[in-house]
Design a protein around this ligand. Structure first.
Ligand code: 5GP
Length: 179
């Protein structure tokens, strides 16, 4: 698997350090509250696990899944809900955890879906932000890393569902896409 990686963009150490910082920031901002972390599958799984452990306050978790049609490195823009949350989010403080914001379409769909449940508040925390590619006006309240316009894999992020188990964020060699 490592032979297919062109470069490491964010090392495992840098990821873990930043997640500890974000966790402390969230713990301060949500002190005295019991937020619900809502993760958007599948890309968020590693970030989700590390983020909830890095935030030392009482919280609950839930998961939802959305998919944008189409394989490969470009999303089609048509978002479908694949799995809904199971908790009642009415009146709750919701923190949406996302792996990456690219065009922003997935996040816009997710936020609209969750806001319809009337949470007391809703904030967005994303590990990665690619602002260069944004087509809808949406931004996160907490950002791990702002990255250039490159297709990244690892730490939950995939290419055709592979590479999610890499502990770092990396860029694939171009020939991987050409196969
Ligand atoms: P958006 O709807 O913001 O365009 O895209 C969000 C989704 O597209 C992410 O949740 C992720 O699944 C996928 N995505 C966007 N950029 C990348 C990337 O650089 N690498 C990977 N592996 N997935 C990406």
């Amino acid at each position: 698997m490592m032979q297919e990686i062109e470069k490491v963009l964010i090392s495992e150490e840098a990821l873990q350090k930043r997640i500890q910082e974000l966790g402390m920031e969230l713990a301060r901002d949500y002190e005295g509250k019991t937020p619900v972390f809502v993760g958007v599958l599948k890309g968020v799984i590693l970030f989700f696990g590390d983020m909830i452990r890095a935030t030392p306050i009482r919280s609950q978790i839930d998961l939802m899944a959305v998919s944008s049609y189409g394989a490969g490195t470009e999303s089609s823009g048509k978002i479908v809900l694949k799995k809904d949350v199971s908790l009642n989010l009415e009146g709750r403080h919701v923190i949406v955890l996302e792996d990456i914001i690219d065009t922003g379409l997935t996040l816009k769909f997710t936020v609209e879906h969750l806001k319809a449940m009337h949470p007391a508040s809703l904030k967005i925390c994303t590990l990665l932000d690619k602002p260069a590619r944004r087509t809808v006006d949406i931004s996160a309240d907490y950002v791990g890393f702002t990255i250039p316009n490159e297709f990244v894999v690892g730490y939950g992020l995939d290419y055709n569902d592979y590479y999610r188990n890499l502990p770092f964020i990396g860029v694939l060699k171009p020939e991987v896409y050409e196969k």
